[in-house]
Design a protein around this ligand. Structure first.
Ligand SMILES: [Zn+2]
Length: 87
């Protein structure tokens, strides 16, 4: 299964090798490399996903952290992005 990570997607479950979400049309490969297959956990600012690294021939599992953050203040968003880069 490939999981669509578009927060607004109504049916995020797709076929194993699908490239485009059948429900919302979003790309399923993150950064043209990581295929999310399951949500491992969710928090206030995002979620952690179990994914397959399709850029490596053995297609190993990996974890992908996806942040969801919105603010009407662009300065706050810039600060959050800087803090994430420090992680
Ligand atoms: Zn979708």
């Amino acid at each position: 299964m490939s999981l669509c990570v578009n927060p607004g997607c109504r049916n995020p479950h797709n076929l194993d090798r699908a490239e485009i979400c059948s429900s919302c049309g979003s790309q399923l490969l993150l950064r043209m490399r990581y295929r999310p297959i399951r949500i491992l956990g969710k928090g206030t600012f995002g979620q952690t996903l179990l994914a397959i690294d399709e850029d490596i021939p053995s297609r190993p599992y990996c974890a992908v952290k996806q942040f969801h953050f919105s603010s009407p203040h662009p300065d706050v968003l810039d600060l959050v992005q800087e803090l994430i880069l420090l992680l």
